[in-house]
Ligand binder design. Sequence first.
Ligand SMILES: [Zn+2]
Length: 89
Amino acid sequence: MTRRPEQEAYLAARMLELLTRIAVGRRKCKFCPAMLYFVRHADGAIVSYTDDGTNHWSNCPEAEAARRLQAILRQKGQRKLLDTGPIPE
Ligand SMILES: [Zn+2]
């Protein structure tokens, strides 16, 4: 389905408004310049999304490096530092 540019802009604005309303927090990605919106799923998991509604783990350019670092931190018993939630106030 091809959308006209004004439809794309409308949908992008609606997605950003939705994310802003439902996010439990937001912050920049620790690995790239993307702004992340943290959304709590029905199963309780908190997942980071970018402003286009994409799960950031699927499009962060540094996702593989972040997964490796998270595995190392988990092995060391350290608190997960990555996209598990907004930075505590
Ligand atoms: Zn990122």
